[in-house]
Write a protein that binds this ligand. Structure first.
Ligand code: NCD
Length: 331
């Protein structure tokens, strides 16, 4: 039998996790782009530049070594989930990955989103959540004590994608004011379009929307743009916008959001960006796509230096490193 008093395992008084920076993001949920003002955007973009330099020079660091992220994806993902996991790894943090394997979690036993979140938050410091319902992240945030980062809530928003999209435009073209941005594809269900459009409306831009009639930008979003005095134009032909566009933001038709698959079949091959289409575009412009693509951009376009979509993917890593570190008070 042990009689002597146990030596304490940890000298807890010597170290406390403290925020290192007052940044406006510390312990905040990231639910919608509406919460970002220009100051926040500049802050994150500057931090992303630093993350990029660090990753190129060192590969990894230990900025988030004391932190754990739960990555919870109820919908498929390649880029968003793996870039958050990679971001955490490069910053020396840990990840609980509930991504492709959600079918092996208790969700398959019928556990509610809230119960899953209330459980996972016991193990981590921040949760990244993707779910098929609009408003799911906001609901989770209402219950959770740890910050929730919305990684896509159905056809609602995808704020971290919009951050990396805007960061890409700024990095590639040097500025945002004065640009003509054309959004092409599924503007009705495409959450990346909804978030990026809202962010862009803080700048002096003109927006062109190209879609089939059934997939036009939602009315409330369009009205917001008009109220803000943004110059907008709608068309159903890429040829109407290609010559003047500084940014061509192409999106996939969101098959999974259609209740009537016959309607999807009608629009699925609506347009394709080919080298011939690109021949009409300006010399200095960029083509973006949140990816995955399913036929909207021909593979031959990848060799065009104006094709920015894989550089956009890379920027996602730096933006998510910056955001995670900022939310945890370490950037
Ligand atoms: C997008 C998404 O999930 O909304 N993908 C992504 O996060 N890069 C776009 C899409 O699925 O079409």
């Amino acid at each position: 039998m042990i009689t002597q008093k146990l030596e304490p395992l940890f000298k807890l008084e010597n170290y406390q996790r403290q925020p290192r920076f007052q940044n406006g993001f510390y312990q905040q949920d990231i639910l919608s782009v509406n919460q970002f003002g220009k100051e926040n955007l500049d802050y994150i973009f500057e931090r992303a530049d630093e993350m990029k330099a660090m990753a190129h020079q060192w590969g990894t660091c230990d900025l988030l070594k004391d932190y754990t992220l739960a990555c919870v994806f109820y919908e498929p993902s390649t880029r968003t989930s793996s870039s958050f996991i990679s971001a955490m790894a490069r910053l020396g943090g840990k990840v609980i990955p509930i991504t492709e394997g959600i079918q092996y979690s208790s969700v398959s036993k019928g556990e509610s989103l809230i119960d899953s979140i209330l459980t996972l938050e016991q193990y981590c410091d921040v949760i990244v959540l993707r779910h098929s319902e609009i408003g799911s992240s906001a609901t989770a945030a209402k219950y959770a004590k740890v910050p929730i980062i919305n990684a896509g809530d159905g056809a609602g928003e995808h704020p971290t994608q919009a951050l990396l999209d805007l960061y890409t435009i700024q990095s590639e073209l040097g500025h945002i004011d004065g640009l003509k941005v054309a959004m092409v594809g599924d503007l009705r269900y495409g959450r990346t379009v909804h978030s990026l459009t809202r962010l862009l409306s803080q700048y002096d831009v003109s927006l062109r929307f190209v879609s089939p009639e059934t997939l036009r930008l939602p009315m409330d979003l369009m009205n917001d743009l008009i109220d803000k005095g943004i110059k907008v134009r709608e068309t159903n032909k890429v040829s109407d916008v290609i010559e003047n566009a500084d940014v061509l933001y192409v999106t996939r038709i969101q098959k999974e959001r259609f209740t009537d698959l016959a309607q999807y079949e009608e629009v699925k091959n609506y347009f394709e960006i080919t080298p011939e289409v690109m021949a009409q575009a300006k010399e200095k412009m960029i083509v973006m796509h949140p990816l995955p693509r399913v036929g909207e951009i021909h593979y031959k376009v990848d060799r065009d230096p104006r094709a920015a979509y894989f550089r956009q993917v890379q920027n996602g890593l730096y933006i998510r490193m910056a955001l995670l570190a900022a939310v945890l008070g370490q950037a």
